[in-house]
Write a protein that binds this ligand. Structure first.
Ligand code: AMP
Ligand code: TRP
Length: 325
C-alpha cells in the first residue's frame, strides 16, 4: 500500500518561485510514490485580516497555480478546505483536548498576533491544521521548517486522542522537501523570498512575464567581486542565483560554476534568467489557460471525494467520543 501524504497551502496572492520550489514542485514529485492529498486551506487564511471581495479570486488562482505547476487532479485529491466541513468539526473535537498554553507558545501565533492582532482563530489555527492531517489518517506531511511546531502539536493530539478514546489516528511524520528548502530574496539574499516583502523586485512571481523575470534577475543584489562561486557565507546573492539556475535548468551547481566562474556577472545573470524563464513560462501559460469554471469543476469533484472519506472517518470518531452509537 502506498503511504498517504497531505499538505496544504493558504490562498494568498504573489505566488513566487520560492513557493514553487519549496512546495509545489515537491508535491508534483510525490505523486509518483505516495497517495497524495492537497488542500487549499482557505479557512486558515481567514485568521489574518483579508479582503472578502478578493478572496474568491485568490482561492481560484491558488488552485489554478497548483494544477499549472503539475499537480494532476486525476492522480491527487485536490480540494478547498471549506468545502469539507468535517475538517472544522474534527477541529472542535480536538480543541477539547488541546492545552491553551501550548497554543500560546507557538512562534507563528506570537509573530502573527503581534502584526495582525489576536483572535481565537489565529490561536486555534494549529488545531485545525491537525484536523486537516488526521482526518485523512495521513502518514506523512511535507512542510517547511516553519511548520515543525504545528506538526509536533498534531502528534501530541494524536497520542492524546488515541489514549483517551482508543486507537484511531496514525502518528504523522514530517517530511522535508528534497530540494529548495529556502529560496532567498533577490534584493536581500540573507532573508527569505516572501510574498509580503514590500519590494516586488525581491521575488519572481509565477505570473511574471519573461521580461519581468529578466529585469529582476539583472537587478538582483550580488557583491562587488566578479567571480561566480557557490559560497553562502561570502556570496549569498550569487549562491541564490546558482540554486535557481540549477533548479530550472536541471544542471548541477558544480557544472554551472565550472562554466560561469570567470564569465562575469552580466553573462552569468543573463544565462540564469533564461533558465528561470524557461521554467516559469510554461507554468504561467498553463495558469492563464485554465478557466474559472474548469478549476471550480476540478475542486468540486475533489471536495465530493474528500467529503465522503472525511465523513467515514468522522463516523468512527463520533462513536469513539460518545456522540453516536
Ligand atoms: P507561504 O508563502 O509562507 O504561505 O508558504 C507556502 C509554501 O511555500 C510553504 O510550503 C513554504 O514552505 C513554501 N515557501 C514559501 N517561501 C519559500 C521560500 N522563500 N523558499 C522555499 N519555500 C518557500
Ligand atoms: N500552516 C500551513 C502553512 O502556513 C498550511 C497548512 C494548513 C497545512 N493545514 C495544513 C500544511 C496541513 C500541511 C498540512 O504553510
Amino acid at each position: 500500500m502506498k503511504k498517504r501524504v497531505f499538505s496544504g497551502v493558504q490562498p494568498t496572492g504573489n505566488v513566487h518561485v520560492g513557493n514553487y520550489i519549496g512546495a509545489f514542485q515537491n508535491w508534483v514529485r510525490m505523486q509518483d510514490t505516495y497517495e497524495t492529498i492537497y488542500c487549499v486551506v482557505d479557512l486558515h487564511a481567514m485568521t489574518v485580516p483579508y479582503e472578502p471581495a478578493d478572496f474568491m479570486r485568490q482561492r481560484l488562482d491558488m488552485a489554478k497555480m497548483i494544477v499549472a505547476s503539475g499537480v494532476d487532479p486525476h492522480r491527487s485529491l485536490l480540494y478547498f478546505q471549506s468545502d469539507v466541513p468535517q475538517h472544522a468539526e474534527l477541529a472542535w473535537i480536538l480543541s477539547t483536548i488541546t492545552g491553551i498554553g501550548q497554543l500560546e507558545r507557538m512562534t507563528q501565533y506570537k509573530e502573527k498576533s503581534d502584526r495582525a492582532g489576536q483572535n481565537l482563530g489565529l490561536l486555534s489555527y494549529p488545531v485545525l491544521m491537525a484536523a486537516d492531517i488526521v482526518i485523512h489518517k495521513v502518514h506523512a506531511v511535507p512542510v517547511g521548517d516553519d511548520q515543525t511546531q504545528h506538526l509536533e502539536l498534531t502528534r501530541d493530539l494524536v497520542e492524546r486522542f488515541n489514549s483517551r478514546f482508543g486507537d484511531e489516528f496514525p502518528l504523522p511524520e514530517r517530511i522535508t522537501p528534497e530540494i529548495g528548502a529556502r529560496v532567498m530574496s533577490l534584493q536581500d539574499p540573507t532573508s527569505k523570498m516572501s510574498k509580503s516583502d514590500p519590494s516586488p523586485a525581491s521575488r519572481i512571481l509565477l505570473t511574471d512575464s519573461d521580461d519581468d523575470i529578466r529585469k529582476k534577475i539583472k537587478s538582483a543584489v550580488t557583491d562587488s567581486d566578479r567571480y561566480v562561486r557557490y559560497d553562502w557565507d561570502e556570496k549569498p546573492g550569487v549562491s541564490n542565483l546558482l540554486e535557481l539556475f540549477s533548479v530550472f535548468s536541471g544542471r548541477p551547481i558544480s557544472d554551472l560554476v565550472g562554466e560561469y566562474e570567470d564569465a562575469g556577472y552580466g553573462a552569468f545573470k543573463a544565462a540564469a534568467a533564461e533558465a528561470v524563464v524557461s521554467g516559469v513560462a510554461p507554468i504561467r501559460d498553463r495558469f492563464e489557460s485554465i478557466g474559472d469554471d474548469e478549476i471550480l469543476a476540478i475542486m468540486d469533484q475533489g471536495a465530493a471525494t474528500a467529503r465522503e472519506r472525511a465523513e467515514a472517518e468522522m463516523t468512527s470518531v463520533r462513536r469513539k467520543v460518545g456522540l453516536s452509537a
